[in-house]
Design a protein around this ligand. Structure first.
Ligand code: F6P
Length: 489
């Protein structure tokens, strides 16, 4: 059976039974903002929300998340809830409000100055401040109190996501043993030696091991997690079952490679409106029909290898100047976590680098790098994918990476090449990509050349294979297999 939206819809009540489904993430799927005095909404770009929104549209549960938009309070009801997607409501979003201090300590501090660099090992030193940890616990408790309230009179399954909420499973179980809980960890789990430096590692591991099911993208992260537990806790590791028993409670550890809504993206890519948007973008950037277009789409984050990618583009034009005016690289970069020093510095570094590379290679009528900062609507992103001859995905470390899968889903015409970092979870699935080590500038520049000269037949053969993989292993399969695993508990 191929998992599709309708297949998940047909099976969901059998899988969840009479339990209500609550999911908990830090980031909300829809953010309400003020624009020119009016309330509007936007969809954030992070992997977790991109993947979970289509699933929630099918499962119709409650999504609990931090209400971070300036206009968020204006649109909710008395229970702080709003039905979403706003244009076609299908599930409930329940917003949790955080004070500036809480957001600073829990989100910017412990989650993103501590756990994020710790788990990605991207040579950015993690910082663990006691005050941030205190706020991290307060906010996890805030989520727990809200969810316990919702679960008072109903059998409930709580699906927790990511590194922001590692303590939530334990907090829920301590107050209500009947709640089933699972956590899906969207970022890599590092090796035990790396995790060892975390002063709060015992509490974090205990928080995660209170869940009934714990998911990672790939088996390698599951193995790292089990090794970490072995090193730090008196727990029984059941390798046969891939489970951990701690304090008499068993947690199943499983790999579920996350994905995208292949059918939906394909459909958008085929639409007449997308073709129009492609024309519009090409006009806007003065791109001629013969130009070979390469794209990159990332949150501006040091794990995404944006610097490495632009340096590789620079090296490509140094080594192969005959491609000047024939190849262009469009990088869309959304600002992220800007109150953190490392992100501010990175942003500045990117600005300088783009300016230098453009100054160095530009001609009277051409720039090699077009850096787009503005927020793009979904249809514009699909259009960018559709028009791109190559997509450059170059994280120095990434749990999965969905940009590469979105690119593949949008290439109905099969005419495109994926250049993919070997340090992404996706690299384990996406055979047919040209693989690069983003730290190897020379090799990366050669890979770009390879993509530019790849014969059409070979390009199409590769893309066909990639599409087959992503079509089969789509987001509904990820959600369906995760939830079915839970049914066994
Ligand atoms: O892939 C999921 C993810 O990387 C999360 O781990 C992360 O929280 C999110 O995307 C994007 O970051 P933020 O929510 O901080 O904008």
């Amino acid at each position: 059976m191929r998992w599709t939206k309708s297949a998940l819809k047909a099976r969901i009540s059998d899988i969840i039974g009479n339990r209500q489904l609550i999911i908990a993430t830090n980031r909300e799927p829809y953010i309400h903002i003020y624009k020119e005095g009016k309330v509007e909404y936007m969809r954030p770009v992070g992997g977790a929300v991109t993947a979970l929104d289509p699933v929630m549209r099918v499962c119709n549960g409650t999504w609990v998340a931090h209400g971070s938009g300036a206009a968020d309070k204006e649109v909710v009801n008395k229970k702080d809830e709003i039905r979403v997607p706003p244009e076609d409501p299908q599930y409930t979003l329940k917003r949790i409000w955080l004070t500036k201090e809480e957001e600073n300590g829990y989100y910017y501090g412990y989650s993103n100055k501590g756990l994020w660099p710790l788990c990605h090992m991207a040579y950015t030193r993690p910082e663990f401040e006691e005050i941030d940890w205190a706020y991290y616990k307060i906010v996890n408790q805030k989520f727990a109190d809200t969810i316990l309230n919702l679960a008072k009179h109903k059998k409930t399954f709580v699906w927790i996501h990511d590194y922001h909420l590692t303590l939530l499973g334990k907090m829920l179980k301590e107050k209500n043993k009947k709640i089933l809980t699972a956590n899906f960890f969207h970022i890599p789990w590092p090796n035990p030696e790396a995790f060892r430096i975390c002063p709060q590692r015992k509490e974090i591991l205990e928080g995660l091991l209170a869940n009934d099911l714990l998911g990672f993208h790939i088996r390698y992260h599951c193995a790292n997690f089990m090794e970490t537990v072995k090193l730090d806790l008196e727990a029984r590791i059941d390798n046969e079952k891939t489970a951990v028993v701690y304090g008499g409670h068993e947690t199943l550890i499983r790999a579920f490679p996350i994905s995208v809504d292949f059918d939906e993206i394909s459909k958008i890519a085929e639409s007449g409106e997308t073709k129009k948007t492609v024309r519009h973008i090409k006009e806007q950037f003065s791109i001629s029909p013969e130009t070979f277009v390469m794209i990159g789409l990332d949150r501006i984050d040091y794990t995404k290898g944006i610097i490495e990618k632009i340096q590789a583009v620079d090296r490509f034009f140094e080594k192969f100047p005959e491609y000047k005016e024939k190849v262009v690289f469009i990088q869309k970069g959304g600002l992220s976590r800007i109150h953190i020093g490392a992100y501010k510095d990175l942003n500045e570094e990117i600005n300088n680098l783009v300016e230098n590379v453009n100054w160095k290679h530009s001609t009277k009528k051409w720039f090699p790098v077009i850096f787009v900062r503005k927020h793009m609507a979904r249809k514009e992103i699909v259009a960018l994918h559709k028009m791109a001859n190559a997509c450059l995905v170059s994280p120095v470390h990434d749990g999965m990476n969905l940009v590469c899968k979105e690119y593949v889903a949008a290439k109905n015409d099969l005419d495109g090449t994926l250049i993919l970092s070997q340090f992404t979870g996706a690299a384990r699935e996406l055979e047919g990509a040209i693989f690069v080590n983003p730290y190897d500038r020379e090799g990366f520049a050669d890979a770009i050349k390879e993509a530019v000269i790849l014969p059409k037949e070979e390009r199409m053969r590769r893309m066909k294979n990639l599409r087959k993989t992503v079509k089969e292993n789509n987001i509904y399969k990820w959600a369906g297999t995760f939830l079915e695993e839970l049914k066994k508990i």
